[in-house]
Every structure is written in structure tokens, then in C-alpha cells.
Ligand binder design. Structure first.
Ligand SMILES: [Cu+2]
Length: 142
């Protein structure tokens, strides 16, 4: 009986030791995806990248959340990969060639159509909080 306890103890140590070697991190990247097709493109591609464990994409906010292995990849590599898919990734702009290959519906600037009225100073990719509804009110403060 004592032996089993020791075995379990050793096994537990081995497992936690292994887990500590690969540090799992989570990052949320602001993209400029607009539609379900964008979501599909991301969900099909992102999990294949080196070091990526899982990902989710929120269509309303265009935010891509990636759980990754820090020893295998890093935040800027992930952003660069998003850019290569044809989407902006935080401060990194979308790769032009990749973007040109996206379906037409995906290349529409997300905030192009909203009606903030004059004096709206935010860019097309940031700061606007209405979740991409073209007719909805703009929630951000000027
Ligand atoms: Cu799209």
C-alpha cells in the first residue's frame, strides 16, 4: 500500500514537472474580420499554427483569442500570422497580398458604414463599440 502511495506521488510530480516546462499563454488579438466567412478562415487556419493549442473568434468584436505554448511561438509571431491571413492584428496591418485573396465580403472595412456623423475621429479598425451593426448607434465617446 505504501508503495502505491509513493508511486502516485512520483507520478504526480512527473506530471506537474512536465506541465511547467511548457508555459501556456493566452492572447486576444484585435482583428478586422467582418463576417462568418472571416470566422471560418480563422478557425480553419489558426489551430494549425505551430504552438497553438486552441482559439476562439468573436464575430461581434472581431477579437481572436489564442491559447498557445510560449516555448513554441509568441505574440508577435501570432500577429504576423494573422496578417498573413489577410487581417489586421492589433498594430500590425494585414498583408496586402493575402487580403486581396480574401472573399469580397471579408474585405469590407468593418466600420465603414456606421453613421457616427461628422467629427468622428476614430479609424476604421478601433475604438468603435457598436459591434459592427451598420445602422446601430455608436457607443463610443467623442
Ligand atoms: Cu468575412
Amino acid at each position: 500500500m505504501k508503495r502505491i502511495f509513493i508511486l502516485v506521488f512520483v507520478a504526480l510530480f512527473a506530471v506537474t514537472g512536465y506541465a511547467q516546462k511548457s508555459i501556456v499563454k493566452k492572447i486576444t488579438i484585435q482583428t478586422n474580420g467582418v463576417c462568418a466567412e472571416c470566422k471560418k478562415i480563422m478557425m480553419e487556419n489558426v489551430p494549425q499554427w505551430n504552438g497553438v493549442r486552441s482559439c476562439t473568434y468573436d464575430m461581434n468584436s472581431s477579437k481572436l483569442t489564442i491559447v498557445y505554448d510560449e516555448g513554441k511561438t509568441d505574440a508577435n509571431t501570432l500577429r504576423a500570422n494573422v496578417s498573413k491571413l489577410g487581417y489586421d492584428a492589433d498594430h500590425i496591418k494585414a498583408n496586402d497580398e493575402a487580403r486581396a485573396k480574401l472573399p469580397a465580403c471579408c474585405r469590407v472595412p468593418k466600420y465603414q458604414e456606421h453613421h457616427c456623423g461628422s467629427g468622428c475621429s476614430h479609424g476604421t479598425s478601433g475604438g468603435c463599440n457598436h459591434g459592427g451593426k451598420s445602422s446601430g448607434g455608436c457607443n463610443h465617446k467623442h
